[in-house]
Design a protein around this ligand. Sequence first.
Ligand code: XMP
Length: 521
Amino acid sequence: MVDTAAHDRILILDFGSQVTQLIARRVREGGVYSEIWPYDRADTAALAGFAPRGIILSGGPASVTGSATPRAPDAVFAAGVPVLGICYGQQTMCHQLGGRVEGDDHREFGRAEVSVTADARLFGADWPVGGRQTVWMSHGDRVVALPDGFRTIAVSDGAPFAAIADEARGFYGVQFHPEVAHTPGGRALLQRFTHEICGCRGDWTMAQFRSEAVAAIRRQVGGDRVILGLSGGVDSAVAAVLLHEAIGAQLTCIFVDHGLLRDGEAAQVVDLFRGHYNIPLVHIDATDRFLDLLAGVDDPETKRKRIGATFIEVFDGEAAKIGGVRFLAQGTLYPDVIESVSVVGGPSVTIKSHHNVGGLPERMNLALVEPLRELFKDEVRALGRELGLPDDMIGRHPFPGPGLAIRIPGEVTADKLAILRKADRIYLEELRTAGLYDEIWQAFAVLLPVRTVGVMGDSRSYDYVCALRAVTSTDGMTADFYPLPHDLLGRIATRIVNQVAGINRVVYDVTAKPPGTIEWE
Ligand code: XMP
């Protein structure tokens, strides 16, 4: 792991907000390394060990007015570094330092306007006195009396203390959420906090990370051999190229091609990694094996389980053939390792763990190398660009492990896969031509196990229905359908029906998640 202590660091204490990760991403976009900890982990020793340049207290769903709700450890206010409280963070800071917070009838949710009433280092020239700023609010409680030393620097209709400051101690609080895109001036505000007030240098860049990660991988791996499963996705691709830069031929990539990838993807993986980067690559074309085990199976869970178990079996078999392997590399990202806080119903901490090839490290007695563990997805993409990976691989939409099998409801056959691949290729091509691909979180075609009647030329057709899906999302947990222009949808439908034998009707999925899911199975 990269030694982040060499960088100026900001600590974010999580009180359970839905958008805590956005705070960390915004801070890092400003070139400052930040970590998210559960709020109660920041005792004196832990803070001294981490030595943050500043601390940000996140929002959260609880009410400070409740007796058993979370509080920032006292060590936070005694650490001698600036503190920024956001929403619940502002309220608990006020409450703990001697102010007062009350429940309120005048709730503010969504867009609001704040007026800047006084000069403050937090605002600088970006938020001038007398100006109004659009912000995003989400609060029921509000601060009604300030602790000693604080003054008001901005107000809104629902929050007389929309922003507050104790400049002597470097303590600031904002009732709104500067981390979300709906607060247009929020990024500048967070950067003023991290750079001007905390004095961070902005030394966290992907160029810097690249050289530090290479050194860290060499330290961890020494002269031993490493294997890595390539999937065609951006995370494993970036991990592979970074590892190869660090340890060259000590890395072997294994690409289990289950025959459920999109058009041309398997060939691209082989060409890029073996051909362009010259990375030792074992390419197993296991298409027949996967199609055999999917024959006659139409239950979605059975399909998923069979694909998952066989994938591991094949990977395992190939890995065992490569002698002397000590490490398994994975493209685990920072969101996979953040300890999540559940504040409602009592603090409980769960740690998500992520194993792309579950069970393998233990079975083969392998240690893990996770060179992307400190990074968010947008940082992985920036690192990928830094490493020269092609744009179409870096910007690729997420793709599920079971691949096209879960986009063919019911039984999967070679014929259906061929039909779906053609339709999907046309769809994605049109989205790219229209310049919409990068605005969409995920877009794909689904081949429905339904035949309908159509008329083509002078004859009657009886073919499959193709459903198109395109969604916006930030994390795949919730999503909304993307409002594709009707003329574009019409063009795509015409091309698919004319050019893909086997499909005679195209429909567009306008379901949000929840209640729908992104995939159809
Ligand atoms: P759903 O369909 O649950 O999808 O709304 C949320 C996100 O997860 C992806 N997904 C999967 N990824 N194995 C995976 O690796 C799976 O079995 C799987 N199912 C869904 C989906 O593509 C979306 O990004």
